[in-house]
Design a protein around this ligand. Structure first.
Ligand SMILES: Cc1cc2nc3c(=O)[nH]c(=O)nc-3n(C[C@H](O)[C@H](O)[C@H](O)COP(=O)(O)OP(=O)(O)OC[C@H]3O[C@@H](n4cnc5c(N)ncnc54)[C@H](O)[C@@H]3O)c2cc1C
Length: 383
C-alpha cells in the first residue's frame, strides 16, 4: 500500500510522459519563483511509470503536424528533448516525410511554418528532384511516385522507456513524490465546480491548488468524471460543421521491429539515418512481384538498437467502446490482456493512416489522432 498524503497543493494523475514532464517542470517553476518546491506535488500512477502509451511509443520526435498551432508547440518540445539528450535517451537524427502529389500542399505549408519560426528543415519537390535527394542519402532508394520530401534536420527519436525513467529521475531530483499502484477512481467538486479532492483505490487526497489530469488513452474516463459531453461538433477547414461526432475513438497502431543488423540501415556516408515516414500512391508489390495494395499506403521506419523498427497504417477499432478496458501493449506481446479470460474482442477494420484518410475524405479524421495499441477486454459482449 502506498503511503497516501491527505492533501497536496498539486496532484498529477498519470506517470506517462505528460504527467511526469508537467510535474518536473512545475517543480522547477515553483522553486525558481520562490513559490514552493517539488514537495508540493504528488504524481498518482495506477500501475508504474511508462505503463501507458509512453512505454510503447515509437518515440519519433518531429515537427510535422497539420494544425498550425502545433509547429511552435513542437518546436518548444524539441528544445526540451535537445536540452538533455542523455537523460531523455534522445537521438537527434532528424525526420523525413515523403509523399505523393496529394500531400504536397500540406507539406509545403508545414515547411513554410517551420521556416517562419526558424525550425531547420529542407523541402524538395518534384519526383526526379526527390529521387536525386534521396539517392544521395541512400544510394539504394527506389520508392516510386514520391513528389515531395520534407527533411527536418531537428528532431529524431527517443528510446521510450529510458525517456520515462529519465523523467522519473528528474522528478525525484526535484523532490516530487511518485506513488505507484494508486488509481484515481473519482473526483470531488466544490461549489464553484472546481475539483477539491481525488478519490483513489487507497483513499482520498485533497487538492489544494491544481489537479493535472494526464491519463493518456484513459482520458475518456476522466472526461466522464468531469461531466463533459460524449459527442463533439467539429468545424472542418471548409467551414462546414459536422455535428455530434463521438468525442473518443480508438486506433490500433501496427508496429514491429525487424531483427536485422541496425547498421544495414545507414546513410551513404555510414552516418545514422533520419526517421523516415513514406506515404505513397504507387502500387505496392512484394520483392517477388506479388501485389500488396494499389491504394494509398504509408510506412515509417527508424533504426533501433537491435534492428529496424517500422509501422504501417493504423486500424480503426470499430464500435461503441463505452466502458471498454484499455490495455496498451506491444504488438508482439503474446501474453494477452490482463483481466477476464476469453473476453470478446472487437473486429479491427483496416484503415488508412490519419493524414491520408483526412485528405481522401476532405475533412479531418473523425477524432483526435491518438495512436494507441489497444487490447479490449470488455463487457461489450454483455451490452
Ligand atoms: C504504439 C504507439 C506509438 C506511438 N508513437 C509515437 C511517436 O513516435 N511519437 C510521438 O510523439 N508519439 C507517439 N505516440 C503517442 C505517444 O506515445 C503519446 O501521445 C504519449 O505517450 C502520451 O503520454 P501520456 O503521458 O499522455 O499518456 P500515457 O503514457 O498513456 O500515460 C498515462 C498514464 O496514466 C496512468 N493512468 C491512467 N488512468 C489512471 C488513473 N485513473 N489513475 C492513475 N493513473 C492512471 C496510466 O497507467 C499511464 O501510465 C505513440 C503511441 C503509441 C501507442
Amino acid at each position: 500500500m502506498a503511503d497516501l498524503p491527505s492533501s497536496r497543493p498539486y496532484v498529477v494523475v498519470g506517470a506517462g510522459i505528460h504527467g511526469l514532464s508537467t510535474a518536473y517542470h512545475l517543480a522547477k517553476e515553483l522553486r525558481d519563483r520562490g513559490l514552493g518546491s517539488g514537495r508540493d506535488i504528488v504524481v498518482l500512477e495506477k500501475s508504474e511509470p511508462g505503463a501507458g502509451a509512453s512505454g510503447i511509443a515509437c518515440g519519433v520526435v518531429r515537427n510535422n503536424y497539420y494544425q498550425p498551432a502545433m509547429s511552435e508547440l513542437m518546436q518548444a518540445c524539441v528544445e526540451v528533448w535537445e536540452s538533455d539528450p542523455a537523460a531523455y535517451a534522445y537521438n537527434p537524427v532528424g525526420y523525413m516525410a515523403l509523399g505523393p502529389a496529394v500531400q504536397e500542399s500540406d507539406l509545403v505549408e508545414v515547411y513554410e511554418r517551420q521556416e517562419r519560426i526558424g525550425y531547420s528543415s529542407t523541402l524538395v519537390t518534384g519526383e526526379a528532384e526527390v529521387d536525386r535527394y534521396m539517392k544521395e542519402l541512400f544510394p539504394d532508394w527506389r520508392a516510386q511516385g514520391v513528389t515531395v520530401c520534407l527533411h527536418e534536420h531537428q528532431g529524431g527519436f527517443a528510446f521510450n522507456r529510458e525517456s520515462v525513467l529519465g523523467l522519473v529521475g528528474k522528478c525525484r531530483s526535484e523532490d516530487v513524490e511518485i506513488l505507484t499502484g494508486v488509481e484515481v477512481t473519482g473526483l470531488e467538486f466544490g461549489p464553484d465546480d472546481a475539483v477539491t479532492a481525488v478519490e483513489t483505490n487507497q483513499g482520498r487526497i485533497a487538492v489544494g491548488e491544481q489537479l493535472v489530469i494526464a491519463p493518456g488513452p484513459w482520458a475518456q474516463r476522466f472526461w466522464e468524471l468531469l461531466g463533459l459531453p460524449p459527442t463533439i461538433d467539429i468545424r472542418t477547414p471548409s467551414g462546414e460543421v459536422v455535428r455530434d461526432r463521438p468525442m473518443w475513438t480508438y486506433w490500433n497502431l501496427q508496429e514491429g521491429e525487424i531483427q536485422v543488423d541496425p547498421q544495414m540501415f545507414a546513410l551513404a556516408d555510414g552516418g545514422a539515418p533520419p526517421v523516415i515516414h513514406l506515404d505513397s500512391d504507387a502500387p505496392l508489390h512484394t520483392d517477388e512481384g506479388k501485389p500488396v495494395t494499389d491504394e494509398l499506403w504509408g510506412i515509417y521506419f527508424k533504426r533501433d538498437r537491435r534492428g529496424v523498427q517500422g509501422g504501417a497504417s493504423p486500424l480503426v477499432v470499430d464500435g461503441d467502446l463505452h466502458g471498454a478496458r484499455l490495455e496498451p501493449r506491444l504488438q508482439n506481446d503474446r501474453r494477452g490482456a490482463r483481466g477476464r479470460e476469453g473476453a470478446r474482442r472487437r473486429a479491427l477494420e483496416p484503415a488508412l493512416s490519419l493524414p491520408l484518410r483526412a485528405l481522401l475524405h476532405g475533412r479531418p479524421a473523425p477524432s483526435l489522432p491518438f495512436p494507441v495499441s489497444v487490447e479490449l477486454a470488455n463487457t461489450l459482449g454483455r451490452r
